[in-house]
Design a protein. Sequence first.
Length: 356
Amino acid sequence: MPASPLASDALRLVWHGTAALMVLALLVLLALIAARFIEDVLNARVTRRRAYLYPLIKAALTAPIAPSPDTLPPLKRGDAAIIIRIVLDLMRAIQGKDAERLVDILKAWRLHHDLAVMLHSRSRGRRIQALTLLSAFQDSKSMALLKKHARERDPYVQMAALRGLAQNEQQDHLSPLIDSLVQSRPRNTLMLSDILRRFGERGVPALLKLAQADTTVELRLAALLALAAIGAPEAVPVLAELTRDASAEVRAEAVAALGRLGRMEAVHHVLSALGDPVTAVKLEAIEAAGHMRLRDAVPLLVPLLDHAEWTIRHTAAEALHQIGAPGVALLKAMSAQATPGGLIAGQVLAEREVTP
């Protein structure tokens, strides 16, 4: 029975659709091959230019003559990105005069504009690279760009800009940037605290403001860690107040900071923190009492030798030993008892090679 015209038309449509899909697949394959070929050509070109430019930069780095447009060859299209990458790699291994010479090389090739353009990239990494190099330029235009990007919502770009401002001793600009820092809410506490501490004593008012701000615990802890590292005595009143904060993490770090500062006006707050119900806070208070050699803490530390948690017992015994003669005498007396406190006292005395 012959096929109906309708069935024949449907079959032709199927064949035509299949042929079209085959042609489309072939075109996609050809496009992928072409793209891969172009990528390989570009990569080969970058490799050749890097092999040419790297020795030039190394030679300019050690040359007796300062780099200038007359002592360096003209650049070709695409060279700026390669040079910036080379300089970033070199800057990780050098500092001082050599780092300054690298910046002079960038200036001689007039690459400041290229770095400014990189700040508009969608790539976080490229923006961070640009800010890293701009912080080494130390000119007003670069500082203005750092200040602008210290207000970015991306916390990692913001921290790169803050690091550059700190390196250039732009402490006066930290306080206006605190609100931006609070809005972006970076969560890398240790990285941020290391950047904030670089602002030094002139940055203390801004750090105190951040420590008390209504923001994330991570941000407040970064400020507290920076304050402790700076060692500013004017921070003591605020730190003392923060030992009563609602956040146990903030209380613990405030007590730890007071212990590192070692100021006698903080003694009362350290002693009070020994009674904190949260283990982390209690441990920081015990360590602070030992570090400050607080003899007034001895009667408060002795009961902690029999605490249910081994860490608290051991830390209290170490603090008593650190306090000196009164604490060591109590440890020796306790070591004669067959109790958890006696065992931990004997252990710490043995660790410190003190005969009970």
